[in-house]
Design a protein around this ligand. Structure first.
Ligand code: 6R9
Length: 654
């Protein structure tokens, strides 16, 4: 038996509620139109969702595959589409951003105000020499100026590279160098966990040798911490942007004008600068944001908890919501500062109706317990979203019951930095939900699951997830490295002989009996135990379904007899910590996995730990746990959110 086959004992089904269906944005006509003529469908979506100053006549040019051009002879301005046109349509008074600072300060900014702010910023950046095609690095906390800076760069036809504020000076410098950025936009500091974390001094350190391409550093005052100043290079935002004219006409650029570079880690040490362009990217960001989140822009209050330093923050904090004229919340700090229910307090305060977050956050709230969210009125929530990794069915049910009052549909959205926008997700008014499955490609998107030899697997089988047709928000390349782009994503299934090339996503997936897609984690996280394929996600799900378990991470460790063996790292819920000794708990949990999935999945070892190593975007770094499981020296920990975690884990296991 192939053990992936045993993955899904999850049989709970949640059809959409009739009242939801009645007002749903996306109906069956979307899929019908996409099936009738996929390219015509995307052309129609783009014309409906965006305002083009020069209409396009060709939807897709795939003649130089895998280098795609979408809407290539059309022209538009991305910032105009996110701002001015809403004001021109009479919606200038609508709130664009409800911003909540961690210490409790807040600002609500209308579309009219945001448009004026972006025009001032665009005038300032232009004065600093930023023009069409120039690169600007943005290294800011989650404050409104981050959104303003991104849109002002876009308005000028320049290219932003947002670097997450938690990255080190070295990582920042590597990204500045790779993109040859002219301008860096930062803040003195931002608030996190009740303290100001300095940013400007990291920029100073990054630029200390004076040998970079950076000409100016523009500094927003936020933390009010003291900063050093390099005369001639450094400028305050309040002395420049806030003094600039708020008149600025948006010039239209070609649809394929680069919009941003966003660095993401690959299999090698050097991060890849994923390149996205304008018209196709914005089309898919707006289309998915509207239909997947069932957006009613006049009444909804939307909150995506991602930082703008990640792709989710680009597509679902900045471009999708603003192109759609949505009202949204952005929050500066951590979910548990100054108290463990801070997020829920924010939901109540702004009456958030659409909430989009990540499984790792949901599991940490499960760990704290339902009493915290239950302190606040969450009745405004009508839709929940999940992104970043597979969501365990137990976390899904908790999310729906405790945050969604047992009624909100959950959209589990599969996509990547590279895909630019959501690719696989339920549509909330149409799809009967299956906890743990991302389910179906969106109308207009074509995906499949292939075996190693490139043939599609049947229902009930697992393989490699691919995208079989180009899509509007697809990455256009890796900055400065076209070969790596072809090699990484298109060489596994290159096509030829009448076969089109297929995009290899790097994820394992399985089709269930209905053909719905269940993500199994990155293929490097798929284990092979005695010739049986097992997914880390599958076993983690089984572990989390045990009442003692708050969170788990599973790795495949080399094993002399079985090839690989399953090794689990488990955090036990605080309320259960005294129930059993670590050794007893390990035995119970090994038996539980065997009982849930089958003896083949029984972990060789279960380590009870208090922390798991996570990247700053919340992904578990299984590579480091594999080092522990295989008794090796721990590898590079610099991309961990908390670099002490591995020490805590290894001390605990001594
Ligand atoms: C948006 C984002 C991409 C990788 C992707 C996959 C995992 C994301 C998922 C999911 C299962 C989901 N992933 N969403 N796995 N279900 N709903 O996270 O982009 O940071 O580039 O990560 O995340 O493994 O390949 P990115």
């Amino acid at each position: 038996m192939n053990s992936i086959d045993s993955l899904l004992h999850e049989t709970r089904r949640f059809p959409p509620a009739p009242a939801f269906v009645e007002n749903a944005v996306a109906g069956p006509e979307l899929a019908e139109a996409a099936a009738a003529d996929r390219l015509a469908f995307w052309g129609d979506q783009s014309r409906q969702l965006l305002s083009w100053s020069t209409p396009f006549t060709q939807t897709l040019d795939w003649s130089e595959a895998p280098f795609a051009k979408w809407f290539a002879d059309g022209r538009l301005n991305v910032a105009y589409n996110c701002l001015d046109r809403h004001v021109e349509a009479g919606n200038g008074d609508r709130i664009a951003l409800h911003w909540e600072g961690e210490p409790g300060d807040s600002r609500s900014i209308t579309y009219e105000e945001l448009t004026a702010d972006v025009k001032r910023a665009a005038n300032t950046f232009a004065e600093l020499g930023v023009g069409h095609g120039d690169r600007v690095a943005i290294y800011l906390p989650m404050i409104p100026e981050a959104v303003v800076a991104m849109l002002a760069v876009a308005r000028l036809g320049a290219i932003h590279s947002v670097v997450f504020g938690g990255f080190s000076a070295d990582s920042l410098r590597a990204r500045i160098d790779d993109a040859e950025a002219k301008l860096v936009i930062t803040a003195d500091g931002g608030w996190r966990k009740g303290k100001v974390f300095p940013l400007k001094n990291a920029v100073d350190a990054a630029l200390a040798d004076g040998a970079s391409t950076v000409e100016h550093v523009l500094v927003v005052r936020r933390g009010e911490n003291t900063v050093e100043w390099t005369e001639g290079r450094d400028l305050w935002w309040h002395d420049t942007v806030e003094e600039a004219s708020d008149e600025h006409d948006a010039e239209a650029f070609e649809a394929e004008n680069p919009l941003f570079i966003l660095y993401t880690s690959g299999t090698t040490g050097k991060p890849k600068g994923i390149l996205h362009t304008s018209g196709g990217y914005l089309t898919q960001a707006a289309y998915t944001h509207k239909n997947v989140f069932d957006l009613h822009p006049e009444t909804d209050v939307y909150w995506c908890t991602a930082d703008v330093g990640w792709i989710t923050g680009h597509s679902y904090v900045v471009y999708g919501p603003l192109a759609n004229g949505a009202t949204q919340v952005i929050y500066e700090g951590t979910p548990d500062t100054p108290h463990p229910a801070r997020w829920w307090e924010v939901v109540e305060k702004y009456k958030v109706s659409i909430f989009y977050s990540a499984p790792t956050a949901i599991r940490s709230f499960m760990k704290i317990g339902r009493q915290e969210p239950q302190k606040y009125d969450l009745s405004s929530i009508r839709l929940l979203g999940s992104v970043g990794e597979p969501i365990n069915p137990e976390a899904w049910i908790w999310y729906r019951d405790i945050i969604g009052a047992g009624a909100a549909p959950i959209v589990d959205t599969w996509w990547q930095t590279e895909t630019g926008g959501i690719m696989i997700s339920a549509l909330p008014g149409l799809t009967t939900l299956k906890p743990g499955s991302a389910q179906v490609p969106l109308p207009g998107i074509s995906v499949d699951v292939l075996s190693e030899d490139g043939t599609p697997v049947g229902n009930g089988e697992g393989g490699l997830l691919v995208v079989t047709e180009p899509w509007p928000s697809m990455l256009r390349g890796i900055w400065g490295d076209p070969e790596r782009f072809v090699e990484t994503y298109w060489s596994k299934f290159p096509g030829g002989d009448g076969e089109p090339p297929r995009y290899f996503a790097g994820d394992g997936a399985r089709k269930d009996e209905d053909g719905d897609i269940w993500l199994l984690g990155r293929v490097d996280d798929v284990m092979n135990v005695s010739g049986h394929r097992l997914s880390t996600a599958e076993i983690e799900s089984a572990l989390v379904s045990h009442p003692w378990v708050a969170e788990s991470a599973v790795v495949g460790a080399n094993d002399e007899t079985t090839g690989q063996a399953v090794v689990a790292f488990v955090i036990v819920k605080a309320s259960q910590a005294d129930v059993a000794t670590a050794a007893e708990a390990a035995d119970v949990l090994r038996a539980h996995v065997a009982q849930q999935i089958g003896a083949i999945a029984r972990p060789r070892q279960v380590f009870i730990v208090t922390e798991l190593p996570k990247t700053r975007s919340g992904k578990i770094m299984r590579r480091l746990l594999r080092d522990v499981a295989e008794g090796r020296e721990i590898g590079d920990t610099t991309t961990l959110a908390d670099t002490n975690v591995m020490q805590i884990i290894t001390d605990k296991l001594k």
